[in-house]
Unconditional design. Structure first.
Length: 256
């Protein structure tokens, strides 16, 4: 995507580091100003830029606490705001480290693998996941790069899935490995949050390739980079792992 090039990796790293200093308003402002400047290109590519209080709030709250404090403050009963059908962002933005045309193809033999601290390591065909109880949400996705969008996802609550495979729910982490070699990890309390979903559908249709087919994580209580697309493996463990963006310096907990 063109607009991505306007923020060099060092700009992004710099932003995250500054943000971690918590109340560094000038640098946050600068970031948001740059993000807003990208608006013209965003209009062409259909990326919705939010540079008002909500983006400011999301970025500020992300920056305020370290992972431990965030995990401690995480309230498993607090629900992310939900929206109406009319508020859905259209067209909905695409984002990944690759271009939409290069989105990975799962192929017919695709099965979701399950590993680590679980009793049943049987792999799951998409149809088997579809046969489980489904939950629908219309929520906002906030990308650390300065945009947000509202979408509608449907799929299996991750907590239902973890219970079904006999996961050790006292384990610390759940890791998601993806077909495009992307990966990310979330803490168990966030994994068990009722709005954390293994999405199989987007806007009432089977998940399109560019939005993460065949299975993607949707976690509205966290920044967008935690919502892994094209998941091929879920691993339950006590091993802390940094994923694709975490290694670039993005905050691991990434709570909103
Ligand atoms: N496998 C994979 N998942 C990913 C990414 C990616 O590059 N690869 N990008 C992340 C980022 S930064 C964002 S903002 C969202 C974008 O999801 P969307 O294309 O549905 O808007 O996917 C997240 N999940
Ligand atoms: Mo993102």
């Amino acid at each position: 995507m063109q607009w991505r090039k306007l923020l060099s990796p060092s700009d992004r790293d710099g932003f995250v580091k500054d943000a971690a200093k918590s109340l560094d308003l000038p640098s946050r402002r600068l970031f948001l100003k740059r993000a807003a400047g990208i608006g013209t290109i965003a209009a062409i590519t259909g990326v919705a830029i939010v540079d008002g209080p909500s983006a400011e709030k999301a970025l500020a709250s992300m920056s305020k606490f370290n992972d431990r404090a965030q995990a401690w403050l995480f309230d498993p009963t607090r629900m992310a705001k939900t929206y109406s059908q009319a508020e859905i962002t259209r067209p909905y933005p695409f984002n990944a480290f690759y271009e939409a045309k290069d989105a990975p193809e799962a192929g017919e033999t695709y099965e979701l693998l399950v590993g680590g601290l679980v009793q049943n390591k049987k792999a799951w065909k998409v149809e088997a996941l579809q046969a489980l109880p489904q939950a629908t949400q219309i929520t906002q996705h906030v990308c650390i790069e300065g945009w947000s969008a509202i979408g509608k996802w449907r799929g299996v609550r991750l907590r239902d899935f973890l219970v079904r495979v006999g996961a050790d729910l006292r384990a610390k982490y759940v890791t998601f490995n993806c077909l495009d070699r992307y990966s990310t990890q979330i803490d168990m309390p966030s994994a068990l949050h009722p709005q954390t979903v293994l999405a199989l559908s987007f806007l009432d249709e089977a998940l399109p390739k560019m939005y993460g087919a065949p299975v993607r994580l949707r976690v509205p209580t966290k920044l967008g980079f935690k919502s892994a697309k094209h998941v091929y493996e879920i691993v339950v463990s006590n091993d802390y792992v940094e994923g694709f963006w975490e290694r670039q310096g993005y905050n691991w907990f990434a709570g909103l």
